[in-house]
Ligand binder design. Structure first.
Ligand SMILES: Cc1cc2nc3c(=O)[nH]c(=O)nc-3n(C[C@H](O)[C@H](O)[C@H](O)COP(=O)(O)OP(=O)(O)OC[C@H]3O[C@@H](n4cnc5c(N)ncnc54)[C@H](O)[C@@H]3O)c2cc1C
Length: 456
């Protein structure tokens, strides 16, 4: 039997790609979906943080879209900085900035580029990457400030292997022209997105979830790799022939028969947590941007989205559902209570004119997610390597790209996955400890299905 720990998207995809045959999913919650779960409250549909699909995979697109109505639309993210709204990405839309900040951003940028910006310079950390890409003033005013809020640590503490196309590396003429006026071309890595017309992002898992054999209320309490036995908090247990783990790697290792040094390595894996505030207000959306980034370091609000702009069916007509993310981690511990944070966030929303007034608020829901973003700090690769090496003595096959921040799926499938004797697989963002989006989670399931069942 295939025992699959966790019924988030990765678990569902693994089960689907094994044709659900002999697959048993064990999920701690009373629902499937994990981070793509969508909730309905008081006429609003809320995802766990803004989720949109921008996959380039036709395979995933077809799986997500099957049997449901899907919306496709252009997106216009925007940035907020001390009272100014800057189109996204800010580095190519500097024209709205006040002087002398604008001039300093442009001249610092030109300084690095004129000093051979495209030479062999290899930044040692994300701070160096930012200064190399944008020049000192822009780097420190915008992405450094945002990094401290979103990644919860200084960019100097982050590696650069995760950056890829996620942060736009601008052309010189785009920055220069963008400092004079709006560019005619889009420079954000996402220009249009897909989103289910009804039911929130979870509707994309409709096809994958149909037929999955999920047992709910099954929180892992201990796993013995030696005995191939999983125990749950409700006192039940199960033996596995083959195990697919999709729950966070630190949780799996902490509750296992791993030796102490491996447990310590797993503890060195850093992740952010997020407080999500779902705020319903009695007036229409105040901006046309589906989501926005807040750079001000004195504000809790980090990323904000409007659920009714993801799909008009996500909220009652004439009302707005504002979702605010506030991030924490061991680098930025939670020291305030949720009510105090919510109260400050409401003030911030009024100041940014996203809420007409405090009195417009009809309800606030607070949701805490322990696991939000894997932090690509300097400890990640060494700690992960150590944990994976130990797991490879327990039935896991090491993969050549298993320390990478994401997977090149074309390359991975080109090598034609061959049947494997592995008895343990890791699947998903927190199990593989990387930067997977939802399409990666689906393709990971496809890959494991191909390896184990010889199916493609
Ligand atoms: C705020 C935010 C915004 C995002 N936006 C996007 C986006 O716009 N587009 C995109 O493609 N991706 C986005 N992502 C990424 C996406 O959510 C993830 O890649 C994906 O949902 C991860 O799925 P998973 O199955 O690997 O993990 P999870 O969703 O975490 O699933 C793991 C499952 O295991 C269960 N579990 C955990 N511990 C235990 C235990 N001890 N016992 C039993 N079960 C347990 C959990 O309850 C969960 O159901 C976003 C992520 C976040 C946090």
């Amino acid at each position: 039997m295939y025992v699959i720990l966790g019924a988030g998207l990765s678990g569902l995809s693994c089960s689907y790609h094994l044709k659900h045959e002999n697959c048993q999913l064990f999920e701690q919650h009373s629902y499937a979906g994990g981070h793509i779960y969508s909730e309905q409250h008081r006429g609003f549909t809320w995802d766990e943080g803004p989720h949109v699909s921008f996959t380039k995979s036709d395979y995933v697109r077809a799986l997500f879209d099957e049997g449901i109505e899907v919306l496709k639309y252009p997106v216009y993210p925007v940035n907020y900085y001390q009272g100014t709204w800057i189109d996204h990405p800010a580095q190519t839309n500097l024209y709205v900035l006040p002087e002398p900040l604008k001039q300093a951003c442009v001249s610092d940028f030109l300084l690095v580029r004129n000093n051979g910006g495209d030479s062999d310079f290899a930044p040692k950390n994300y701070q160096e990457w930012l200064e190399f890409a944008f020049g000192e003033t822009f780097a420190n005013t915008f992405p450094r400030a945002y990094t401290k809020k979103y990644w919860t640590t200084e960019p100097a503490n982050l590696t650069t292997d995760w950056v890829g196309s996620r942060v736009y590396f601008p052309e010189v003429e785009d920055v220069v022209q963008g400092a004079q006026g709006p560019l005619t071309k889009a420079t954000h890595y996402i220009s249009s997105v897909y989103y289910p017309a009804k039911g929130g992002y979870f509707s994309f898992a409709t096809k994958l979830a149909a037929g999955a054999n999920v047992q709910y209320g099954k929180k892992l309490s201990h796993i013995s790799f030696a005995e191939r036995e999983v125990r749950f908090a409700d006192g039940t247990k199960v033996q596995y022939e083959k195990l697919i783990n999709t729950i966070p790697l630190p949780v799996l290792i902490k509750n296992s028969d791993a030796p102490e040094d491996i447990k310590q390595a797993a503890e060195r894996l850093s992740c952010s947590s997020v407080l999500i505030l779902n705020i319903a207000a009695n007036h229409p959306t105040q901006r046309a941007n589906q989501w926005l980034y807040v750079y001000d370091e004195d504000k809790h609000s980090t990323r904000i989205n409007f659920t009714e702009l993801l799909s008009p069916n996500n909220g009652p007509a004439g009302k707005t559902g504002i979702q605010v993310e506030v991030y924490f981690s061991k680098y930025k511990p939670l020291i305030e209570n949720f009510d105090d944070i919510a109260s400050k966030v409401i003030d911030e929303l009024v100041e940014m004119q996203l809420l007409q007034s405090k009195d417009s608020v009809e309800s606030i829901e607070k949701k805490w997610l322990d696991w939000a973003n894997v932090i690509f700090d300097n400890q990640r690769q060494g700690a992960l390597d150590k944990v994976l090496n130990w797991l490879s003595t327990q039935g896991l096959d090491r993969e050549s790209d298993d320390l990478a921040s994401t997977t090149d799926w074309v390359k991975k499938f080109e090598t034609n996955p061959t049947p494997s004797n592995a008895t343990v697989f890791l699947a998903g963002r927190f199990a593989q400890w990387n930067y997977y989006w939802t399409d990666d989670c689906v393709l990971r399931g496809k890959y494991i299905g191909a390896v184990w069942a010889g199916r493609d």
